[in-house]
Design a protein around this ligand. Structure first.
Ligand code: ADP
Length: 300
């Protein structure tokens, strides 16, 4: 696997929300999507001509096939698409957890392909927060220690007022000395959200954050991510295949077969579900059916 080419390194980091576009993309829909993000808005993260190829020969899979997409600062963006459409690959490459085969990923103005491994580790630690489906808390640490872990690892002093405010927002003040195993799944994921936000990262990437949760806990986690954006000025990019979860975002970008095929501003679960139905008859879970921890019905 080669490193990113960096061939787009001179592109403005504050470039417009790009799209590979889809033939026949309705003009009205495009206008609505454009209106959602003022021209010249800074991008917290973006990828340009992103391609990711796994395997070779007959086993070759183009998980990303020329995706150009920006994730605006101060916004909540959902990446949506059928299983296997490349959502996780896009998130992992945009977040510096994996490298592109070609094209360029940026965090702010920093081209990730130009960083060595140490610089990439530092960038992930200092500028990115992560929330995973499986919570990934450290079982031997308390809730409080888990929340400040990224700051401690970075050798920084926690901003106590900010961390206290976060603890307040996630509603786990009574549980600070508990271990993760003493918490419900929803509580653990709320700790994971607080941990992701504790160092005030440029962007939080969440990979199916409600995938292991019942609909109520999932709804609480999605509300929390929304508040982080709307009340705390953070940036969230969330991968989901759940229309109800996507409806919590300001905007949804749709992937199909490794390509960015559409964007939707001010999504509702029903509109997202309708859009998903168009993908080759492949069906996502219905919003609110609880199969994937959908918080769906609450948002439509
Ligand atoms: P999604 O998150 O939308 O379900 P993924 O990004 O996980 O999709 O996968 C996109 C495509 O890439 C799929 O066809 C998947 O099988 C393939 N893929 C993902 N990771 C690997 C890997 N490590 N090796 C080979 N193929 C992979």
């Amino acid at each position: 696997m080669s490193r990113p080419t960096g061939s787009h390194g001179s592109t403005s980091p504050a470039g417009s929300m790009g799209s590979t576009g889809t033939a026949g993309l309705a003009g009205a829909r495009e206008a609505a999507a454009e209106a959602a993000v003022p021209p010249g808005s800074p991008m917290a993260a973006r990828v340009v001509d992103a391609a990711k190829v796994y395997g070779t020969g007959d086993a070759e899979v183009r998980a990303l096939d020329g995706v150009t997409a920006g994730f605006p600062a101060g916004r909540f963006t959902a990446i949506m698409g059928p299983s296997g459409s490349g959502k996780s690959t896009l998130m992992h490459c945009a977040a510096g957890l994996d490298t592109l085969t070609s094209g360029t990923a940026y965090i702010g103005g920093t081209a990730l392909g130009e960083l060595n491994d140490r610089q990439l580790t530092l960038l992930r630690r200092e500028r990115i927060g992560f929330v995973f489906q499986s919570f990934n808390l450290v079982p031997t640490l308390t809730v409080a220690e888990n929340i400040t872990l990224p700051i401690d690892l970075a050798g920084r002093r926690p901003d106590t007022a900010w961390v206290d405010a976060l603890i307040d927002v996630v509603g786990l003040g009574e549980r600070l000395l508990h271990r993760p195993s003493e918490l419900s799944g929803g509580q653990q994921q709320r700790v994971a959200v607080a941990r992701a936000l504790a160092g005030r990262p440029d962007v939080v990437f969440a990979d199916e954050p409600t995938g292991n949760l019942d609909s109520r806990s999932g709804g609480e986690v999605l509300d929390l991510l929304g508040r982080a954006v709307r009340e705390m000025g953070r940036t969230v990019v969330m991968v989901t295949h759940d229309p109800g979860a996507a409806a919590h975002a300001d905007e949804v970008v749709f992937l199909a077969d490794g390509r960015l095929v559409d964007r939707m501003a001010a999504p509702t679960a029903e509109r997202v579900l309708d859009r998903m139905k168009a993908f080759d008859g492949r069906q996502p879970s219905r919003p609110g059916d609880g199969r994937h921890g959908s918080a769906g019905g609450s948002a439509s």
